[in-house]
Design a protein around this ligand. Structure first.
Ligand code: SF4
Ligand code: SF4
Length: 170
């Protein structure tokens, strides 16, 4: 009898417990990911000067183990106008997210706070090469990540695009 009541109690307790499973297709019922979750890589945006942090230095491209990244830099027009500290800026950037293994090496090796592992992890596509993400798409992922996590650069003094003379004037 005691065993029966114990079993009944466990069943009832479980019946009233909050569900731990997510209703996957329903965006409102999914489990929120933690800030440390590593989804696909994304590029960050420097709001102080309104340009990407990425200078197109190619370090991440060289270190990526699956060779799924390409980048091209250009002279930064904002630097010539005295509005940015970055002499070079990213011109074209592409990551084939279909080949990315989410290892995070690109984030580790970037010296410019320019790339972060976002929270995006649902990018299934119906077309071949549908996950080749260009500069604007990667920035869009990054801006969303920055806003959701209140992201701050790890080395703000070194990597801020605000021209040095402006900092001195303040
Ligand atoms: S993300 Fe970082 S390492 Fe990669 S090209 Fe841009 S600045 Fe260089
Ligand atoms: S997370 Fe790893 S595989 Fe993906 S782009 Fe970065 S370095 Fe390459």
């Amino acid at each position: 009898m005691i065993g029966f009541l114990t079993g009944l109690f466990v069943t009832m307790k479980t019946g009233f417990r909050r569900p731990v499973t997510a209703q996957y297709p329903d965006p409102e019922k999914r489990i929120k990911v933690e800030n440390r979750f590593m989804g696909f890589p994304s590029l960050t945006w420097d709001y102080d000067v309104e340009e990407p942090y990425c200078t197109g230095c190619m370090v991440c491209v060289r270190e990526c183990p699956t060779e799924c990244m390409t980048a091209k830099m250009k002279d930064n027009p904002l630097f010539s106008e005295g509005k940015s500290r970055r002499k070079k800026i990213i011109d074209e950037f592409e990551i084939n997210l279909g080949r990315c293994i989410l290892c995070g090496i690109c984030v580790e090796v970037c010296n410019f706070d320019a790339i972060e592992m976002s929270h995006e992890h649902e990018l299934s596509k119906r077309v071949r090469n549908g996950n080749r993400f260009g500069l604007q798409q990667l920035l869009k992922l990054g801006i969303k990540f920055q806003s959701n996590t209140n992201w701050q650069p790890k080395q703000p003094e070194k990597n801020s695009g605000v021209p040095v003379k402006k900092v001195d004037e303040e």
